[in-house]
Ligand binder design. Structure first.
Ligand code: UT7
Length: 322
C-alpha cells in the first residue's frame, strides 16, 4: 500500500504582537474578559503589505528545510486559505512562483478554519493514488484584513500566520485517515460579505468583515468536534488512550478543553497555542503542530489527532502517525 507521511513541518508568525491591552484602547473590552472567555493573551498581525503569500512562503520554506528537500522537487502544492491576496490567481500558484516548483499542480482549498485539514486530506489522496510523490501542504491566513476593528465580538479573536507540512510517499502511514465534512446550512452564523456579487454590482467595498454569532458557533463547534473525535477513533478501531497528542484548531480554550475532556486527555497532552497566536484560521493546526514538533514534545512514532471547525460550517480531522 502507498501512504503519505509528514517529512517536515514549518511555521511563521508576523513580527507585530497585538496585546489585549492594546485592544482595550480600541473597543469596550478587557484583558480579563478576553483571557477568561477565549484564553487569548496576544496575537500577531501582518505588516502593511505583508500578504498571505508572504506568510505562506516563510512557513513553506521552513517545512522544506526541516524535510531537507529542495523546493523544485515538490510535485503538488495545496494551500488552505480564506484570505488570498487576489481573487485569482490562487495563493498556491503565487507560492509556486516564489518557490520555483514550476509545472506541478497548485491550487487553494477554501474551508475557512478547516482549510489546512481539508488541504491535508486532499494532498494525502493525491499521494495515495500515485499522482504525487512530494506535496507541500500549507494553511495560511491574514485574517486581520477581514476584521472590523470596532466590533469587540470578533476583533479580539483572530491573528495572522501560516503553517506548512511536506508530505512524502511512504510504505507505511503517515496520514492514517482523514475525515472531512461540511454543512452549508449554517452560513449565516459565520461569514464575510464580498466576492463577486450576484447581479450587476461590482466587488463590494467596505463591508467585507467577519460577521459571527459567536455563542451559537461555539455551541455547534463543541458538539461537532466531539462527534468527529468519536468518528476518527472508531474508523481506526482505536481507544481514546491510543492518542498521544491532540492538536486542535485554536479558536477558544474552552472549546479545546471540552474536546480534551471528551477524549479523557489531560491538558499536558494537548497542544495549545491560542494564548499567543489567537485564532489564525487555516494556519492554526499546522502552526500548533510545528510548535510541538520543534520544542520536542511530538516525537517520531507518536499518534496525533488533528481536528478543526470553521465557517461553512466545515469540520474535519486527521489521524496521523508522526
Ligand atoms: O474558528 C472558527 C470558529 N469560531 C469559533 O469557534 C468561535 C466560537 N465562539 C466563541 O469563541 C465565543 O462565543 C466568543 C469568545 C466569541 C464569545 O464568548 P461567549 O462566552 O460566547 O460570549 P457571548 O457572545 O455569549 O457574550 C457574552 C457577553 C455579551 O454581553 P451581554 O449581552 O451579556 O451584556 C457580549 O456583548 O460578552 C460580551 N462581549 C464582550 N465583552 C467584553 C462579547 N465580546 C466581548 C469582548 N469584551 N471582546
Amino acid at each position: 500500500m502507498t501512504y503519505s507521511r509528514i517529512a517536515g513541518t514549518g511555521g511563521y508568525l508576523p513580527e507585530r504582537v497585538l496585546t489585549n491591552a492594546e485592544l482595550e484602547r480600541l473597543v469596550d473590552t478587557s484583558d480579563a474578559w478576553i483571557r477568561e472567555r477565549t484564553g487569548i493573551a496576544e496575537r500577531r498581525v501582518a505588516a502593511p503589505g505583508e500578504g498571505t503569500t508572504d506568510l505562506a512562503e516563510r512557513a513553506a520554506r521552513r517545512a522544506l528545510e526541516a524535510a531537507d528537500v529542495a523546493p523544485e522537487s515538490v510535485d503538488l502544492i495545496v494551500v488552505g486559505t480564506t484570505t488570498p491576496d487576489r481573487i485569482y490567481p490562487s495563493t498556491a500558484c503565487r507560492l509556486q512562483a516564489r518557490l520555483g516548483a514550476f509545472g506541478c499542480p497548485a491550487f487553494d482549498v477554501q474551508a475557512v478554519c478547516t482549510g489546512f485539514v481539508y488541504a491535508l486530506g486532499v494532498a494525502d489522496k493525491f499521494v495515495r493514488a500515485g499522482s504525487a510523490r512530494r506535496a507541500l501542504v500549507v494553511g495560511a491566513d491574514r485574517h486581520s484584513h477581514l476584521l472590523d476593528w470596532s466590533d469587540r465580538g470578533t476583533c479580539v479573536l483572530f491573528g495572522d500566520g501560516a503553517g506548512a507540512v511536506v508530505l512524502e510517499r511512504s510504505d507505511e502511514p503517515g496520514i492514517v485517515s482523514t475525515h472531512l465534512h461540511a454543512d452549508g446550512r449554517y452560513e449565516d452564523l459565520l461569514y464575510v460579505e464580498g466576492g463577486t456579487p450576484i447581479g450587476n454590482g461590482r466587488l463590494s467595498e467596505g463591508n467585507a468583515y467577519t460577521q459571527m454569532r459567536g455563542n451559537e458557533v461555539f455551541r455547534v463547534a463543541v458538539r461537532t468536534l466531539m462527534r468527529i473525535v468519536d468518528e476518527t477513533l472508531s474508523a481506526n478501531g482505536l481507544a481514546k488512550s491510543d492518542v498521544d497528542w491532540l492538536i486542535p484548531h485554536q479558536a477558544n480554550i474552552r472549546i479545546i478543553e471540552a474536546t480534551a475532556r471528551k477524549l479523557e486527555m489531560p491538558m499536558e497532552r494537548v497542544v495549545v497555542t491560542v494564548d499567543h497566536h489567537g485564532n489564525t484560521s487555516a494556519a492554526s493546526v499546522p502552526l500548533a503542530l510545528d510548535v510541538a514538533v520543534r520544542d520536542g514534545r511530538i516525537k517520531r512514532g507518536d499518534r496525533l489527532l488533528l481536528e478543526a471547525f470553521g465557517g461553512g460550517f466545515t469540520w474535519g480531522s486527521a489521524l496521523v502517525r508522526y
